[in-house]
Design a protein around this ligand. Sequence first.
Ligand SMILES: [Zn+2]
Length: 415
Amino acid sequence: MKVAAGWLLRCIDCGSMFDSDPAGYTCSRCNGLLEALKEGGSLTRGELYGRPAKGIWRFRALLPFGPDVRPVSLDEGGTPLIKAVNISRELRVRNLHVKNEGQNPTGSFKDRGMTVSVTRAVESGVRVLICASTGNTSASMSAYAARAGVTAAIIVPAGKVAAGKMVQATAFGAKIIRVDGNFDDALSMLLQTISGLPGFAGMNSVNPYRLEGQKSTAFEIYEQLGFSVPDYVVLPVGNAGNISAIWKGFKELRDFGITEKVPRMVGVQAVGASPIARAFWKGSETITPVDDPNTVASAIRIGKPASAKKALAALRESEGMALTVTDEEITAARSLLSSKEGIFVEPASAAPIAALREISGKLEKDAVVVCVCTGNGLKDQESIRIDIEDAPLVSDRSGLTDLLERLASRPLVPA
Ligand SMILES: [Zn+2]
């Protein structure tokens, strides 16, 4: 199907240009990743931000669709940017903001990209949406498939997925298929299989339309900071599509003449699943896959990130940084964010907060830092210990009064 007027898909490896979607959404010459490009010109702030639509479809001036295409939407995007005043002193970052992506319709940032890739697939006449996913991608794709009235099929590694992770996909009516192997095997098999099958569309993040939706995070951050570009954007890196997308968003704001500067991108991985951080430290443009990735943060438990090349380019071009954090640091940061700020995120989303302890000493004193917290804490409840039997038990009113008086005697503003 033809790409929208004024847009092209470019291969980031060989530079080939396409004016229609190649099979499997990868380069038909070298199998490289594709990137959507809008041809030339400039935009005013009003042209990008002035539309009455809600969520990411406000930004239609920078989305690859003609004016008549009807979005498959659940009002994704438009998530809060919260100034983290209670933890900023402890983390030694004065201007710290949290972009709470857990507020999206299915509880993660994936919805921003899925509304765009599903709209494109439906526009192309696709009947089955398919992805390899053990979590947020499967939840998001299934919801938009339900909304569009098409079938959702999900490939998962056999024996590696907790049933609880598939609650949303199951509720949205997706078909689940198990394959022998790990997540990376499942994704490779899927990509090789569907490129020759008409009527199917792959919804993993190699699909360049996903990134077109996810770049809206950058447009929102700029607006929510009072039309100001932050100094640093810190986010978890798993399959690496989101850091690539948000960087693309900030670059487009600059290239279309709306802003002058761009932020430094800071990518955070778990120690046990850190192929991109390792490649970045070595100055390499390609990763060495991690065969058995391991971390409590399941959303970034990825050994062979599909968008690694784009992410490494984002880190390099933005003069950014890559960092790793341990599972203990992730768990502690998650608890800090929920108990001090009232923001409950899944473990992967706490990785950027954990990383701040390591880098805050290196940042300029008044640096404006945005942590992108990618998924809702309700996604991962198993890791929270609840000792309900240890809670005090009262049997009469005087016991309750006594207990409440002792609670009230604690300082009202915690130190
Ligand atoms: Zn190519």
